[in-house]
Design a protein around this ligand. Sequence first.
Ligand code: BTN
Length: 332
Amino acid sequence: MSDQSLIEILRIFKSSPDKELSGEELALRFGITRTAVWKKIQKLEELGYVFEKKPKQGYQLISVPDLLHPVEILSELKTSWFAKRYFYYREIDSTNTEAMKLAMEEGPEGIAVVAESQTAGRGRLGRSWVSQPKKGLYFSFVLRPSIEPREASQLTLLTALALVETLQSLYKIPAMVKWPNDIVVEGKKIAGILAEAHMEPQKLKFVVVGVGVNVFYSQEDFVGNFRYTPTSISIELKNSPAFIRRQDILVSFGKTFEEFYETFLISGWQPWIEKLRKASMLLGKFVTINTGREKISGTAVDFSTTGGLILKLPSGGVQEIWIGDVEQVTWE
Ligand code: BTN
């Protein structure tokens, strides 16, 4: 866990970006000595923060490192429970695996695991997830909703809607949901979600939701086999402008998801169906879905009240699908 006073000091610097803060002022505010203030500034410098030191005037924050360190994230986070318990790794096998362990040890709702890179990042259906250092955002969080096991897939969709909202509001990227767990931009994948539920007989104990967002990847970085073309925020914005910050994505997603989830807990899935219809790139398209047991083709016509995808089959019948992998999408 991080040093709370470092987070507080950073918040003060961030709330007055163009101002010098004197050591004396900070010392008074925190009830510590000026030497203690200086030591804290030094700690922040070790993390990569840059301060300008002006004799007799004080310190001014000049630049912030591109890190998801708890000091950085917790100084910006505006949530009441999401990621308030924050576990940070420079490198880990998989944030989902770690979050699963924490949840098994009774970690509370909202507990989050965030990593700069993953050595065994996991995607759906046993696939791997490219997780190079600092090129993406890789995080997982724990939810403990009182819902039926069959409703758990709605959490993937809720996460997808919060991600779409985040990418649209921060960067005006026309992101859409590719049911059930991909976020795409003009058909190219920019983010993926891996939700893993833990059941006790007949009961949902908790769900770990893992999110991977391609942030600074260039097209050359995507080596290996991809089901369909990947993209990233910097590719979509045509360059890597300094205003793309992984911190902003995590902080903004957290705030949005927290709001969405609280509404979901009160009102259920119904209010989200219309939002999903608008955000979905599949509706109206002819798709082939691999459910694991069979492949079903048909036109995606709607989402059901439970979050399933409704297909109109070439035979004229209608079928609802809850789990599956969209293998092919074509216009009718
Ligand atoms: C998919 O599209 O198949 C899902 C990808 C999910 C990747 C994220 S990265 C953070 C979290 N940890 C993992 O091992 N996987 C998820």
